[in-house]
Design a protein around this ligand. Structure first.
Ligand code: NAP
Length: 257
C-alpha cells in the first residue's frame, strides 16, 4: 500500500465539496466526488466524479469496498440529512474513516426579527397563518417549496432551477444562483414589496446577504433550524480543516506500505 492508493470519496453538491475537491486534487490526493444529480448543469469539481444516489446506506458501503475508498468526507449541505445519515452508517459498517464538513450556522444579530421553526412544514404552517395578502420570499430550494404548496399567500420562490413538484397557487419562480450582495437583496425585497423572508439556516457567506437585507428593511424572517447530525460523527467547520484531516489520513496510510 502506498499513498497513491489512498482515495477519498467526497460527498458534495456544495461549494465546500467543490473547493475541497480542488484542494485535494491540487495536493495530489486522489478523490471521487459524488453528486446527487439534482442539478442539470452542476459546477463540476476536478478529479473523478460520479453522479446519482448509491441506493441507501448498505449500497454505499458496498460502493466504498468495491472502489477501495480509504476515507469519506461528507461535504453535503447541512439540510441533506439522508445522505449524511447513510454515509455515517456506511462508514461504521466498513470501518472507513469519516469526516463531516459543515459550515457554521447563521446566528441572529441585533436588529434581526427571526422566528426559528423546526422544519419546513412548521414554516409553511406559520406562513399560512399570515395575512393572505402578505408577500413572501421563499429561499428554501426547489425541493423545499413543496411544503408550501397549500399556502394562499403571494410567494416568490428563488431557486437555481425550477421546481418540478407542487408550488403555492400564487407563486413566481425567480431563477438565480448566488453569491448575492446586500444591495441586490435589498433592491429585490423592495421591488417585490416582500413582507416576510423564509430561509433554511444553511449558513455560509454565499447566501447570507438576504439576512442583512431583511435586517435593514426591518422584515421578519422565518428560519428553519437544521436537522440534527448523526451521533458520534467528527465535524469540522471548513474546507481547510477537512484538507488537514485528509492529509493526515493519507500520511498515516502511506506509513503502512
Ligand atoms: P438528501 O435528502 O440527504 O438525500 C436524498 C438521497 O439523494 C440520498 O439518500 C442519496 O440517494 C442521494 N444523494 C444525496 N446527496 C448525494 C450525493 N452527494 N451523492 C450521491 N447521492 C446523493 O439530499 P438532498 O437534500 O436531496 O440534497 C441532494 C444534494 O444537493 C446533496 O448532494 C446536497 O449537498 C445538495 N444540496 C442540498 C441542499 C438542501 O438544501 N438540501 C442545498 C444545496 C445543495 P441514495 O439513498 O440512493 O444513495
Amino acid at each position: 500500500m502506498n499513498v497513491n492508493s489512498f482515495r477519498i470519496l467526497v460527498l458534495g453538491g456544495t461549494a465546500e465539496g467543490r473547493h475541497l475537491a480542488t484542494e485535494l486534487h491540487a495536493g495530489g490526493i486522489a478523490l471521487i466526488s459524488s453528486l446527487a444529480g439534482r442539478v442539470t448543469s452542476p459546477r463540476c469539481p476536478p478529479g473523478d466524479v460520479r453522479t446519482g444516489g448509491f441506493g441507501g446506506a448498505v449500497a454505499m458501503a458496498e460502493y466504498i469496498e468495491r472502489e477501495a475508498i480509504s476515507a469519506v468526507i461528507d461535504a453535503t449541505h447541512p439540510f441533506a440529512a439522508t445522505i449524511t445519515a447513510n454515509a455515517a452508517s456506511a462508514c461504521v459498517r466498513t470501518g472507513t474513516p469519516h469526516l463531516v464538513v459543515q459550515r457554521p450556522e447563521w446566528a441572529p444579530q441585533s436588529g434581526d426579527r427571526w422566528t426559528v421553526v423546526a422544519d419546513l412544514p412548521a414554516a409553511a404552517a406559520l406562513v399560512a397563518a399570515l395575512d393572505p395578502e402578505a408577500a413572501v420570499l421563499l429561499t428554501v430550494g426547489r425541493q423545499g417549496v413543496g411544503a408550501f404548496a397549500g399556502v394562499p399567500q403571494r410567494c416568490w420562490l428563488r431557486a437555481v432551477e425550477a421546481p418540478d413538484g407542487p408550488v403555492p397557487a400564487r407563486c413566481t419562480v425567480l431563477l438565480d444562483r448566488g453569491p448575492y450582495t446586500v444591495e441586490g437583496e435589498i433592491e429585490l425585497m423592495r421591488r417585490l414589496a416582500i413582507d416576510v423572508l423564509v430561509t433554511k439556516n444553511s449558513g455560509g457567506a454565499m447566501t447570507a446577504a438576504k439576512l442583512a437585507a431583511a435586517r435593514t428593511l426591518d422584515r421578519p424572517v422565518i428560519v428553519v433550524a437544521r436537522p440534527p447530525l448523526p451521533v458520534d460523527v467528527t465535524v469540522v467547520a471548513d474546507e481547510a480543516a477537512a484538507l488537514t484531516w485528509a492529509k493526515a489520513k493519507a500520511l498515516l496510510r502511506s506509513g503502512k506500505q
